[in-house]
Design a protein around this ligand. Structure first.
Ligand code: C5P
Length: 306
């Protein structure tokens, strides 16, 4: 039997706002977040395989180091759930070509799960709606629904209830990467520790941020970036404060830890500005590498069938 497959391309994300509410009894925090999908991509290939081969995964690309190849990999979890829900063949070959940093606060693992869901929907012509795919994605991880949706969107609940938002213009980013990732649960725990004894209410979407996005005003957006996990990420990784200071000193419109970190995302005014900031951050010696990206871009989409 000839193998048939598709390749889905899936973007990374930054959180323009990440407001963390109280810890619920399910172990998750109620969040209000605004996501933007940016132009760093994982390519996720899913293909049929010979009977008896089972579910296999092959991982390559710039950021493939340290990605698990067992069932803790979100792509495998997503494939297993899709196989169970839709009675799909169990012999499938997944290939990840990774560009999104691992454990960097940019939804790299979630992107791979999103690629598998969208890829299998296309390969087996399941005809699932975006809502259906997002609801499957939310069972895998809180960021998976946004990786399917892309663009700019508001996330509520665990961050998995997605509402697309109006945004004008293109935004440019310089992203300071760290050699070593941060664990999302550890950052949330540190956030709880830092806020112990405070009364925490349900967060609201920032009106100034949404206004900046509607106007396509990068300068105003830079001033409106907020992340409640930033103090926690900096507490666990103090060097992040230094990186934030360097970026702002060198003229970034705004700087923020992305999600649970440790990637630091700097909003800049143009591609040239991103290049200037890249040079400054690299020369400062406090950053291991810098990549540039722009957003918003679309969510998981099929780029090839074979
Ligand atoms: O949903 P996901 O698997 O990405 O979440 C990883 C961990 O991050 C959770 O187990 C939880 O500890 C923490 N988390 C949280 N509140 C959220 C999302 C994630 O506490 N809204």
């Amino acid at each position: 039997m000839r193998s048939r497959g598709v390749i889905a391309r899936v973007p990374a994300k930054v959180n323009l706002q990440l407001s963390v509410g109280p810890l619920g009894s399910d172990g998750y925090h109620e969040v209000t977040t605004v996501f933007q999908a940016i132009s760093l991509f994982d390519d996720v290939s899913v293909a049929t395989a010979a009977i008896g081969n089972g579910l296999t995964i092959d991982i390559s690309g710039q950021t493939s180091m340290g990605v698990p190849v067992d069932s803790s990999n979100l792509a495998i979890m997503a494939a297993e759930l899709m196989i169970k829900n839709y009675d799909l063949p169990k012999d499938l070959a997944i290939k990840l070509k990774k560009e999104i940093p691992v454990a960097g606060g940019m939804a790299g693992g979630s992107a791979d799960a999103a690629g598998v869901i969208v890829g299998l929907d296309s390969l087996f012509e399941l005809g699932l709606s975006r809502d259906e795919m997002e609801s499957i994605g939310s069972q895998i991880g809180s960021d998976v629904p946004f990786s399917i949706c892309g663009g700019v969107a508001i996330g509520t609940g665990r961050g998995d209830q997605i509402t697309p938002a109006l945004a004008k213009g293109t935004y440019f980013w310089a992203l300071a990467l760290s050699g070593q990732g941060l664990s999302t649960p550890a950052v949330y725990q540190e956030c709880d520790r830092l806020r112990e004894g405070l009364s925490i209410s349900t967060p609201q979407v920032s009106e100034s941020l949404m206004q900046a996005l509607r106007a396509g005003d990068a300068k105003a957006l830079g001033k409106s970036l907020t992340n409640d996990l930033q103090s926690a990420a900096c507490s666990l990784r103090p060097a992040l404060r230094l990186i934030l200071d360097v970026g702002v000193d060198y003229g970034a419109l705004g700087g923020i830890v992305s999600g649970s970190g440790p990637t630091v995302a700097f909003l800049v005014s143009s591609e040239e500005h991103a290049m200037d900031l890249t040079v400054a951050l690299s020369a400062s010696g406090v950053v291991s590498s810098v990549v540039r990206a722009s957003g918003p871009v679309s969510g998981a989409r099929i780029i090839e069938s074979f």
